[in-house]
Design a protein around this ligand. Structure first.
Ligand SMILES: Nc1ncnc2c1ncn2[C@@H]1O[C@H](COP(=O)(O)OP(=O)(O)O)[C@@H](O)[C@H]1O
Ligand SMILES: [Mg+2]
Length: 379
């Protein structure tokens, strides 16, 4: 057994002759829990084993006593701590995922241990050297977990507290992007307490529009609304996920996404075009390869490709992102490329958009994961 291998330059484990202990944080308490389990499992499997000792940690365990958890999740969190979880009960939405994806979810649950064991505050044997955050949505992608890791002094992959919190909140992110003259959709904000007739009238002037919970991902809770009669039901649905909603005028054009990678030397990856057979890039379309074509590199003139790549880097910087992000856009006829959102923890299964774009740039999945850890340990 060769435990001694090359270590990333400047990392803690450089001189000690032991592998770097990576905690892949996955699962968690958001509506994207299942996606995160599959994503985290693939991250763990593809991290180079000669350099890294990998442990899967379910971050849901950290929230066992949090009164905001649903009774179901609180029960699951306690079971996790007692090491008695080995099957994930899937929601209706997740039962429709491809079989292979569902298998990944179950495998992840069977091998994950409670994240409470990753964070020993003294130099315990179980303390991790670096966290790879394979989480999505609130309590993972929104800066809260990043804040906890800052307090513990554990380096982590990706953006810090501020960028994570900003990018997770579509309303706040759009304000920051607009302040840097980056085109964003025309939108109005609805707070649960200010939903009155006047707001509804203003929203109906935007149809066809997208109604989204401000802090959510994977298209969960969002709808495309074309008729006034569908507006109130769409608003009610979005309110199930957040107290703040954004209503955006529909952008007409080709949908693309651009990965950004690096810190000091920051680069945009080749552009990916997303062609969905459904109405828009919804939850099922995101995780079922049968429902969407993802074309990489996208068939764009080199001029337009450079333009959207530069825009992606500007958006990444405007939100103060770190290491990597993926910027979703629509190329409109009248306004050119418009940014619809910045993802600070883009999907990381081998078939996800960011790894696909990296592959087109000659960066394999293993190499990408390795590079992200090195970027996290650089400072
Ligand atoms: N303003 C818009 N105009 C047209 N399509 C949109 C708009 N906003 C969102 N979409 C569609 O909905 C999908 C999900 O929206 P997005 O804002 O990226 O949310 P999420 O965080 O859930 O990915 C997009 O990939 C796109 O297909
Ligand atoms: Mg998106």
């Amino acid at each position: 057994m060769n435990e001694i291998a090359k270590y990333p330059k400047g990392s803690k484990a450089d001189h000690t002759g032991r592998r770097i202990r990576v905690g892949v944080l996955l699962g968690g308490a958001s509506a994207e829990r299942e996606i995160s389990l599959a994503s985290g499992k693939m991250i763990a499997e593809n991290l180079p084993k000669d350099k890294y000792e990998v442990v899967l940690f379910d971050s849901l365990a950290l929230m066992a006593a949090n009164p905001k958890l649903s009774p179901d999740l609180a029960k699951k969190a306690r079971a996790l701590i007692n090491h008695s979880v080995n099957q994930e009960k899937l929601t209706e939405r997740d039962r429709q995922l491809p079989a292979k994806f569902k298998q990944e979810i179950q495998d992840a649950v069977a091998s994950a241990i409670p994240a409470t064991e990753a964070i020993e505050v003294v130099d315990g044997k179980r303390r991790i050297d670096v966290a790879f955050i394979g989480l999505h949505g609130p309590y993972g992608e929104d800066g809260t977990l990043q804040g906890m890791l800052e307090i513990l002094g554990i380096p982590y992959v990706g953006s810090g507290v501020l960028a994570s919190a900003l990018a997770m909140d579509k309303v706040m992110a759009n304000k920051m992007l607009a302040a840097e003259s980056i085109p964003v959709p025309e939108a109005i904000v609805i707070e649960r307490e200010n939903l009155d007739k006047d707001t509804l009238n203003r929203a109906s002037a935007f149809l066809p529009a997208f109604i989204k919970p401000s802090r959510q991902g994977s298209s969960i809770g969002m709808s495309r609304v074309a008729q006034i009669s569908d507006l109130q039901p769409a608003i009610n649905k979005a309110f199930e996920f957040d107290d703040r909603l954004i209503v955006e005028r529909e952008l007409d054009g080709r949908e693309i996404t651009v990965g950004v990678l690096g810190n000091r030397k920051i680069k945009a990856l080749p552009v990916v075009e997303i062609v969905t057979r459904g109405e828009f890039f919804d939850y099922q379309a995101k995780y079922d390869p049968e429902l969407t074509d993802e074309i990489c590199p996208a068939d764009l003139t080199s001029e337009l490709a450079s333009q959207v790549q530069n825009l992606a880097i500007r958006a990444h910087r405007a939100l103060d992102c770190h290491s990597y992000s993926r910027v979703d856009m629509i190329i409109t006829k009248d306004r050119g490329p418009v940014v619809i959102e910045v993802n600070t923890l883009p999907g990381m299964t081998i078939n996800s958009l960011f790894p696909k774009a990296a592959a087109a740039a000659g960066i394999s999945f293993n190499e990408l994961l390795d590079r992200l850890i090195r970027l996290a340990l650089e400072e």
